[in-house]
Design a protein around this ligand. Sequence first.
Ligand SMILES: Cc1cc2nc3c(=O)[nH]c(=O)nc-3n(C[C@H](O)[C@H](O)[C@H](O)COP(=O)(O)OP(=O)(O)OC[C@H]3O[C@@H](n4cnc5c(N)ncnc54)[C@H](O)[C@@H]3O)c2cc1C
Length: 380
Amino acid sequence: MSGKFDVIIAGAGPTGSTAARILAGKGFKVALIDKSEFPRKKLCGGLLTYKTTEVLNKIFDCDVDCLKKNGIINFESPEYSINYRDHNIRDAQSTIPFRFIDRVDFDYFLLKKAANAGAHIFTGEKISHCNYLDAEIKTASNHIFKGKYLIGADGVHSTIRNSVPYDKTKWRTDMAATIEIIFDEKDYPRKVTKPELYIGHLRAGYIWVFPANGKVVTGIGALKRCTKDFKKTYMDFLRNQGITNPESLPMHGYPLPYGNFMENPCFGRTLLAGDAAGLVEPLFGEGIFYALQTGRYAAESIVRGLTENKPAEQFYIERLNKYIFPELRYSNYLRWTLFYSQPLLKHMSFKVMFKSMPRILADMVHGIRSYKFLMKKEWD
Ligand SMILES: Cc1cc2nc3c(=O)[nH]c(=O)nc-3n(C[C@H](O)[C@H](O)[C@H](O)COP(=O)(O)OP(=O)(O)OC[C@H]3O[C@@H](n4cnc5c(N)ncnc54)[C@H](O)[C@@H]3O)c2cc1C
């Protein structure tokens, strides 16, 4: 099972499968390694924006209709609602629907596409050691994989990131905590037909109630350092929704990078992408798009690096600087503007603000407009 490859990819979430599909499709010998057996669960709200379905089509050759036909998109709604505590601020309509997936099916679908492109898949293999300078990893079952390049796509708890020198204090400072409870539709006190966001309960975070096929996905996410009574806030919210004794329900927590993205995720022949590098949008916590896009950039940079005999790092950083970091920086500014103004503005002022711009707001989330001054956004 051990061996030599062109590229080793640690982690077979959306980031890893994207990178594997691209590299294997170009004829490179790729090892895609994950500690889990697939299909596997991943805590997630499952919301896909327009920019995400666009990039999925580009890489995996599957548009929205194809994703629906394959049972991957299981719900969609052009409507959304924003609420300040118990007050509805805005029920609005987006020109493009918000779409929903279940990560069990979605991640497995992408992994199979990577395998079909020729990637060598090693699941149930936990990476325990990494020599990032030599692009070499060792698994818990003592298998050694060596590549010309290594992509760290192993998520928020990344073993690859933990083997490189990086600023751990900054990383911890902007980490969010999340909890999710998923209900059977029949057990939720009312019908949920559109994504609903609730602000004002937390200083730096929000609560979501998302529709899904036969389910209602509820969750809370907030910056740890700004949050007191995190779980209690969520339980009180659910009680207010009409759920009795929410504490007794099965709930799961998971950390979410929330503004702690690494401005240089390159360490010689090791490139970090997706959650492993904190590449998540810091206002709404959207991560799937950034996982796909940075997995793609890392892979395409390695293709250029190997073909032109130049360091892949320079190509990767160039594209992150051009397309990804401006979005993350400006959504971070917007988040602090919103979160700091919450106690001052209260719901009436939010109502005025959101009333005037519901379409623009949806366009920004979908990636049609940039978080930077709401300008039209061009992705490559
Ligand atoms: C509660 C919650 C809700 C969210 N909701 C949304 C949403 O609605 N929309 C959205 O766009 N984003 C959402 N996100 C963010 C999104 O889930 C992530 O950004 C996305 O999963 C990142 O993909 P990834 O491939 O980088 O990492 P992951 O999906 O975490 O995949 C990493 C993979 O690496 C493997 N791995 C880890 N360690 C090892 C090891 N040592 N050896 C081998 N394999 C290893 C894991 O098994 C896993 O398969 C949410 C996140 C949370 C926590």
